[in-house]
Design a protein around this ligand. Sequence first.
Ligand code: ADP
Length: 406
Amino acid sequence: MQNTTIQIGDIQLTLEEAADTLGAIRGGKIDAVVVEGAAGHEVFTFRDASHPFRLLIEAMGEGALLTTVEGAICYQNPCFSDLVGIETSVAHTRTLADFVMPNRRAELAALLERARTASSARGTVELIGPGGRPVPVQVSVSRALLVDVDVFCVVVIDLTEPMRQEALYLAARHEIEARDRLFSVAAHELRNPLHALALQAELLQQLIDTSPLEQPLRERATRSVAMLHQQGKHLDALVGKLLDVGTIGAGRLRLIREDLDLADVVRSVLERAEDAIERSGSLVTLDLHPVRGRWDRIRIEQVVDNLVSNALKYGRGAPVHVAVAGRAATARVVVEDRGAGIPEEARERIFRPYERVSGTQHLPGLGIGLFVTAEIVKAHCGQVRVQSVPGGGSRFVVELPLDEVS
Ligand code: ADP
């Protein structure tokens, strides 16, 4: 009788154990069981619905941790272990603060405090990386309930590479800004003596006109003064371009819009470029249709002048075609040459400052004109692009909206 009672007690205990085990399995608290069978000990693992998520967290390229709301680590993924250079098992006895550089722990504490009150928080701290090296990271903390227990889900993103890139970018920017500033200052300084030279050339011409010189001498002197004028104008245009880079870099490009016919603007630019056209040996053909819009005359003249000057300069004396037409809500200027063309690799970068195509360096230029062109067109809410067949010439297309957009 007593034996039977003991046996029933054992069976009840075994049943309770089995019920507890089943409950734990259902609750996802058990990953695997070891069963002793004919073939020895066998491990049976369970793949519940959370298995794919676990895989995801383990394979993540960012650190992921589960901590108590005090910051004690319950779980960390392999990426976090790598970031701080420890074995995966080590962290379980530690807090997140143990892996943060001592001088940044107050920031972490404040971050966790914010997450405790606002349920999520984000900030940057430095971890203690392998060999004690500081590793800048972004830490995102969200508060969650895990089987009635308050926990923090923490994602840690390594910022070493993005910060390195940003530092490089900032250094490059500073350098470019310093160069632009230098150009601006130099350009301002150059303008005054240039204007004085132009004035002196005019006076010289008046002297020649009013002096009793013999004809051949008068002609020679007049030619020299004309040359002085032309070189002065060329220098002045270059100085103007440098000043534009400064203006654009400082975000000071302002448009003065007025009612214009684009065909008229192009015509007047070409009239002024008569000498340059003649010198280039290119035949310039036109197909100009009137298109009215509200644009900045001086700036649009500058755009057309840049494109036409380039077509003459890089066009190797071959014909250049300039067209203006309106299409739907857009006005279009096309400048086409039959020069060397522009390789695909350069078709975007030539619109950036100081960029030139290799093989054109023997021709004078600063690599600024197309940058200024693109900025002016952009300020008009338009766009400029180039189509080109290397060896078959280039076709620059400027599109300007007819409706005033800005
Ligand atoms: P610049 O002509 O003063 O060097 P741009 O900014 O106007 O400066 O042009 C940038 C570069 O683009 C030029 O140096 C040249 O290499 C290339 N380029 C511009 N226009 C043409 C063109 N029509 N044909 C061939 N290459 C061109």
